[in-house]
Design a protein around this ligand. Sequence first.
Ligand code: 5AD
Length: 509
Amino acid sequence: MQHFAIVTFGCQMNQHDSDRIGEVLRGAGLSEVSEPEAADFVLLNTCSVREKAEQKLRSEVGRLGVLKRERPGLVIGVAGCVAQQEGERLMKRLPQIDLMIGPDNIPELPALLADCVAGGPPRVRTEFDVEAPSFLAHSIAYGPSAGRAPSAFVTVMKGCNERCSFCIVPYTRGPERYRPAHEILDEIAQLTEAGVREVTLLGQTVNSYSDPAGLFAPPVLEGAGKWQGAGEWQGAGEWQHTEHERARADESEFPELLRAIARRAPGLARLRYTSPHPRHLTRSLIRAHAELGVLCRHVHMPVQSGSDRMLKRMIRRYTAAEYLERVTALKAAVPGLTLSTDIIVGFPGESRSDFEATLDLVERAGFVGVFAFKYSQRPFTPALKLGDDVSEAEKSARLAELFEVSNAQRHTHLNSLQGSEVEVLVEGRGKAGQWGGRSERNEIVHFASPYELLGRLVRVRVLRANKNSLFGELADAISDAEPLSTTVSSELGEPAAAKPLRRLPLSPV
Ligand code: 5AD
């Protein structure tokens, strides 16, 4: 057993897990190949949030099964949400699979693999680590100094305590568990020392964070009967939640975590997070955005629907007006901040007027990016009992209509940037040889330069807007960079292909 390949489906959390799985396997002496055809062990890291992703897994296992007939020594593994959700049942249906491993069992992978190679029976390990949660950190060989990306994900929490009626995540990722703040801070400090300039904090409801070790717990003041939590202080003229009591209940220690990161890692240029739940976008989080320059002026926050009737059936615990109220306050506190979101169309019972309420919200919130999905029924979820009464044709028509509106908004936004300068974190080179990266507000930007710029922050003058990206020229005078060598990494796709980068919120966690 020498070579492994990982095929990843789904969200950033899965991508992050795949990166950590790669490190665990390399640590066990295996080396990675990009093509499954060249591997002795292929691991499919799966997503089950929507039915389509699961279908993709089945066809991939079928394809690998053909390879296995030619090379019976090939070991096929399945990791991630489908493994967690389906376990042995899936193994019975797809006997080509040799081992299945849930997201919390990744460190056990080398031992399971050794068992398989030694001729052991198929193995399934899908236990949640509820008692003693562990969080996989990056290996030291990270960042531009190791020839890797200047941008990294750091997990701050896993699991989900929400019970959104459409969502399988609580059943595939388990209850919320938070990573101790000191671990998060240490990992980010190590990453920035290795040259990482941008960190994206990851979690299914990332902004519900609280430190299990109590680092941010408010001091208990002698004789003070009043609540002393993070959101209590109020500056003059500051926006307040309409629903005070509810907002207070939704307060978390996430803003404190952000502040602590900014203090501990002054070398960090950009801090992002995904995905926040709207109910934890509280006043203190908005204040953190206004105060911390390191926080990027872009937030991806799933809204799911603009209809209160649907939001209630989805058990989202906010109204469209509350969502708007909060993002309006955020935009007022951080001028120029852009928003993107997730939306489900065709949720059970969604009428034309419910859908129109969603279109209305998309306009009013001014989203520059919308990730929209047709509702699909998922096992275990409470919405199963609501049926699935919106026809496939109607779902497709609504999806197309929604994209028309949201694409128009994105084009208007990208066009408005022509002639301006944006700061770009250079992530790699596309096939056409141009450099590419992201602006602070998450726009994909391409430009040409004969210098080695991987991992640098540069200013780019925007010359034109493509469908999903910007094209520009370097506005900085570069005097301290090497001329290009021929061996640069190629992380970005062709500019013309407008393929989203791996780090876009493709399908947020
Ligand atoms: N059907 C369709 N879309 C879904 N999502 C989650 N569950 C479902 C489902 N059952 C979408 C939501 C979520 C994103 C990750 O996937 O919009 O934010």
